[in-house]
Design a protein. Structure first.
Length: 288
């Protein structure tokens, strides 16, 4: 294994961190926002971190260690493809464990691979959450009519409560649903800088009860949900197809979404023209 020199990353390292993120995304896919300087700064510069440089000075691995809201250690890691199992990954995990002072750790990887899974398993970390990142090139958008008896309306102060009801009733049967209070969920939704209220829609039945919804942020379809009685009736397909058209008309060249790996909705997204572009995941000690 080539010698790696370790030191804390600085603001001057942002271009190299962006290059490392781009290399990981090209090889393994994952969250495309990973190359954004604001995200890299939040992940690896705003909290204590360590970066490894090869013999020509290029950053090939980086990790950081912050804190969750409950005070537990929250780590992030990024490793050049080909370096994961050559010792760099092991050294990063050792650094994280040393600085977490014995507490069980949680670790975020926004770009993963088979080698990542092997590394985590070898060091007692198991996957507790994973999403497939999917991309639509917007070259051919299917036309899916709105089911009869429904109407859709945009997000406003007046329809915000209907959006929340659609969200909570659509996801209540999903394992691990947090049951986020209305005020908290709406605050999170509207505080997103790229949230698109006019393109986000809630579907209402003839009694004006909410039966499904979709929210958009930039060129991302953030959340899609349909309440159980309306599943299998093409409402979800309509909401996604309508969102693709909205993103295209706003000048977008691609659309993105992320779906948990155990969610059968992934099959629907594939039929609508989305392609899987990697996985982002969270890992934790088995004691967590």
């Amino acid at each position: 294994m080539a010698t790696i020199e370790w030191a804390r990353p600085t603001e001057d390292d942002l271009p190299q961190l962006a290059g490392l993120a781009a290399e990981c995304l090209r090889a393994d896919g994952g969250l495309p926002l990973l190359t954004d300087e604001s995200m890299l700064r939040r992940l690896f510069l705003d909290v204590p971190g360590i970066a490894g440089r090869d013999d020509i000075g290029d950053i090939v691995a980086v990790a950081s260690l912050g804190r969750e809201e409950d005070g537990g250690p929250s780590a992030a890691m990024l490793i050049q493809p080909g370096q994961v199992l050559t010792g760099a990954g092991e050294q990063l995990i050792a650094w994280i464990r040393e600085h977490s002072t014995g507490a069980p750790i949680r670790l975020a990887m926004e770009s993963t691979s088979v080698e990542t899974e092997q590394l985590m398993a070898e060091h007692g970390l198991h996957r507790v959450f994973a999403e497939t990142v999917m991309r639509h090139r917007l070259r051919r958008i299917p036309r899916v009519p709105l089911p009869a008896g429904l109407q859709t309306v945009a997000f406003t102060e007046e329809t915000a409560h209907a959006f929340y009801l659609a969200y909570s009733r659509s996801f209540a049967d999903r394992p691990g649903f947090p049951g986020t209070p209305e005020e908290e969920w709406l605050s999170w939704l509207t505080s997103e800088p790229e949230f698109l209220p006019s393109a986000s829609r809630v579907a209402l039945d003839e009694a004006e009860a909410p039966v499904g919804f979709v929210t958009l942020g930039g060129n991302w379809i953030d959340q899609v949900g349909v309440i159980p009685p309306w599943r299998g009736r093409r409402l979800g397909a309509h909401l996604v197809a309508r969102s693709l058209t909205a993103i295209q008309r706003a000048g977008g060249e691609v659309a993105w979404l992320a779906v948990t790996v155990d969610n059968p909705a992934a099959d629907l997204y594939c039929r609508l023209g989305f392609k899987a572009k990697g996985t982002r995941a969270r890992y934790a000690d088995r004691a967590t």
